[in-house]
Ligand binder design. Sequence first.
Ligand SMILES: *[C@@H]1O[C@H](CO)[C@@H](O)[C@H](O)[C@H]1NC(C)=O
Ligand SMILES: *[C@@H]1O[C@H](CO)[C@@H](O)[C@H](O)[C@H]1NC(C)=O
Ligand SMILES: *[C@@H]1O[C@H](CO)[C@@H](O)[C@H](O)[C@H]1NC(C)=O
Length: 257
Amino acid sequence: MLFLQATVLFILSALASSAPTEKRWFGGANWWTHHASASSGYLDFGRRWPGAESSLSSCSLSGVKMPASSTPLPAPADGLTLSHVAIGRGTQNYTCDLSNATAVPAPVGALATLFNVTCLAASAPDLLSILPSIALELPVPSSSDVQDPINQDMSGHHYFIDLTTAFFNMDTSLHQYGSGAFKKVNAVPAPATAPKGQYGRGDGAVAWLKLDAKNDKDQIFQQVYRLNTAGGNPPKTCKGQKAAFEVQYAAEYWLFE
Ligand SMILES: *[C@@H]1O[C@H](CO)[C@@H](O)[C@H](O)[C@H]1NC(C)=O
Ligand SMILES: *[C@@H]1O[C@H](CO)[C@@H](O)[C@H](O)[C@H]1NC(C)=O
Ligand SMILES: *[C@@H]1O[C@H](CO)[C@@H](O)[C@H](O)[C@H]1NC(C)=O
């Protein structure tokens, strides 16, 4: 616990002293990966900062602004309100047609664990904006059990139920934040400064997205944004790739109801 608090203080002091555009202030991955282990709760960012515990019950989401890329995504539909903000950490999955010498990787979905940073979005947006790049350098949680102590603030899971249907399931044995099936309606490229992949190597950050509910009458969440992405893009060609492979990524998900 003490170490986690020290970690966050380190983040905050680094934020205060570094230029806002410097995303890799932590000096590459070494500092983090050296201290992170599969059994530590490092992705459990939600309440790991000074004062978080006391502000959780009173965090107001009115006036909280989503990050905007240079090409903005359309605003949420009129009447919707921000419901939940999560950090997703997992993989984007791709396949390659190995019988085709000019084939390019085809996206076949994603699988991510979601961590609740709703109150952080309200209280510390600058800190939140760098969490995907930090999360990308940390291991995917070893347990997907919401009751595991390392997952104290796990919101749930994000996965695909078919090639074009993204699902967010945030109803668990501990809480009922909501769930829903979504289709992509808008995409803009991630900013050029976004982390390209783990350890600063990779093929770029996946696009920023806006998703719409597939069945808006039956689900709480109506629209979802994927923002501040880190990693996740496939190589440009299938040369040297396996028939199916994963690319590590992290992102913020903003869910509106
Ligand atoms: C091989 O891949 C290229 C690039 O995706 C595609 O245009 C072409 O149709 C594919 N050829 C076959 C035989 O599938
Ligand atoms: C992505 O890969 C993981 C690990 O192999 C797998 O569990 C998951 O089902 C895959 N997801 C999709 C959508 O293919
Ligand atoms: C988790 O999300 C819910 C909204 O779904 C919010 O009320 C709660 O305060 C959040 N907890 C944290 C730690 O941000």
